[in-house]
Structures are given as structure tokens and as C-alpha cells.
Design a protein around this ligand. Structure first.
Ligand code: ZN
Ligand code: FE
Length: 239
């Protein structure tokens, strides 16, 4: 049996994710943007939250940890940074753990924050990438450097092309405007933008994207080096 992913909107533009194993009932929330909404989504499906996996410390990712731990006594896994509330287990680059018999690989992806991590589940061909990469964009460099973000994005792009990337925000259409301004002739980008516009027009999420699509269309991945990524990131912040 394959793992199920539930995706739902939280706050203004975050996504909440639940990863569920129908055999054991194990259910993980990836980040905790809105504890009430996450509990409601569990209730509706008859799922009981057993784990919380944080990607980074920002309040729209770890702000619901305490409330959800209190309600479900869920195990909280997260990166090293001190500001992860209620963390039970600290994860570092290269760590692995089991979720309902599936191996989960932890990859350190600094840039947005110093200790940002992502969760890759190879058997399910998916990764929860927090605020490292977005469809046609990448996270703001709050704590890290362009070099760090470049190497983090390179690690993600080394995953198999069919890997689905669950980004934590719906930023795609605004990313698309900037992407077209720097790489408007790229046919893969043009196709990705058309796809995102159609999905949003139909009220659907543009998440998940895939490694393959981002590799060819995302202007931060196609930048070529860290210096160019830094230039584009600065341009986008001013865009
Ligand atoms: Zn963040
Ligand atoms: Fe965020």
C-alpha cells in the first residue's frame, strides 16, 4: 500500500500536509502552520496525528507544534536550531528514520534558514521541501548565502526527476512573473507557467511540482552558479 498525502491551505498562502499510512494508521504533519486546520483535516479523515516533522523554525512552520503535541502527544522531529518548540528528536544531514516501514532521508538545505532540512521518502517518490524550493522560485535568503542556497538546490535537483516536491507556499503565479522576466524564451518555463495558470484558474494547487519540471523551468535552478542565483534572488526581492 502506498502512503497518502493530504494537502490543504493554511493561513494566507501556506500549505499544510499530512502523510498517512493506511495500514498502520501512522500520520505525520509536515510543519504546523495552523494547528486548528491540521486537527480538522485529521478529524475529517479519521486520522490520528502520530508525528510532526518540521522543516525550519519560522512560526508559519513550527508555530502549531505545542498545540498539536498537547492534543495528540505526537512525536516532534525537527532541525537543530534552538527555536523549534516541543522538539523531541533533532535531525541532521544524512539522518534516516522509518515511517510505517518507509525510509525517510533527511537532507540539510541551508539558505532560507541555517538549519533548514527537507524530508525525502524515496519509496513514495516525494519530498517535503519547506521553504527551500518553490515552483518556479526559491526561498528568501533570510539566514544563508547564495552559495549555501545554490548547494541546497543542487542537492534537491540530484533526486530522481519524477520526485514530487511539496513546497510549503502557493507562490507559483508571482514566481512565474519574475521567471518570465529573466527567461521568457524558455519553452519549458512557458509550458510550466501555462500549466500553473490553468490550475489556479480551476482553483487547484500548483503544488506538488517535480524535480524534472523545476530542473528545466525554474530560473534559480537554471541560473548556472551561486553568483547568478544571488543576483536573481536580489532582483526578485526588488521585483
Ligand atoms: Zn520560512
Ligand atoms: Fe514559510
Amino acid at each position: 500500500m502506498t502512503l497518502e498525502v493530504a494537502l490543504f491551505s493554511c493561513l494566507s498562502d501556506n500549505y499544510g500536509f499530512l502523510l498517512h499510512d493506511p495500514i498502520t494508521g501512522a500520520t505525520a504533519a509536515i510543519d504546523t502552520p495552523d494547528p486548528k486546520e491540521i486537527a480538522k483535516q485529521c478529524e475529517t479523515r479519521g486520522w490520528t496525528l502520530t508525528e510532526i516533522w518540521n522543516t525550519h523554525w519560522h512560526p508559519d512552520h513550527a508555530g502549531g507544534n505545542v498545540a498539536l503535541k498537547r492534543r495528540y502527544n505526537a512525536l516532534v522531529r525537527g532541525p537543530e536550531q534552538a527555536s523549534i518548540p516541543a522538539r523531541d528528536e533533532t535531525l541532521r544531514d544524512g539522518d534516516q528514520f522509518e515511517f510505517a516501514g518507509h525510509r525517510v532521508d533527511v537532507i540539510h538545505t541551508p539558505g532560507h534558514t541555517d538549519e533548514h532540512i527537507i524530508y525525502h521518502v524515496p519509496s513514495a517518490e516525494l519530498a517535503f521541501v519547506g521553504d527551500t524550493i518553490f515552483a518556479l522560485g526559491c526561498g528568501r535568503l533570510f539566514e544563508g548565502t547564495p552559495d549555501e542556497m545554490w548547494s541546497s538546490l543542487s542537492k534537491l535537483m540530484a533526486l530522481p526527476e519524477q520526485t514530487r516536491l511539496y513546497c510549503a507556499h502557493e507562490y507559483t503565479l508571482s514566481n512565474a512573473k519574475f521567471a518570465m522576466s529573466v527567461d521568457g524564451e524558455n519553452p519549458d518555463l512557458i509550458a510550466a507557467v501555462a500549466d500553473a495558470e490553468a490550475k489556479r484558474a480551476a482553483g487547484q494547487p500548483t503544488v506538488p511540482t517535480t524535480v524534472g519540471v523545476e530542473k528545466r523551468a525554474n530560473p534559480f535552478v537554471t541560473a548556472g552558479n551561486a553568483q547568478e542565483l544571488g543576483r536573481r534572488r536580489a532582483l526578485k526581492d526588488a521585483f
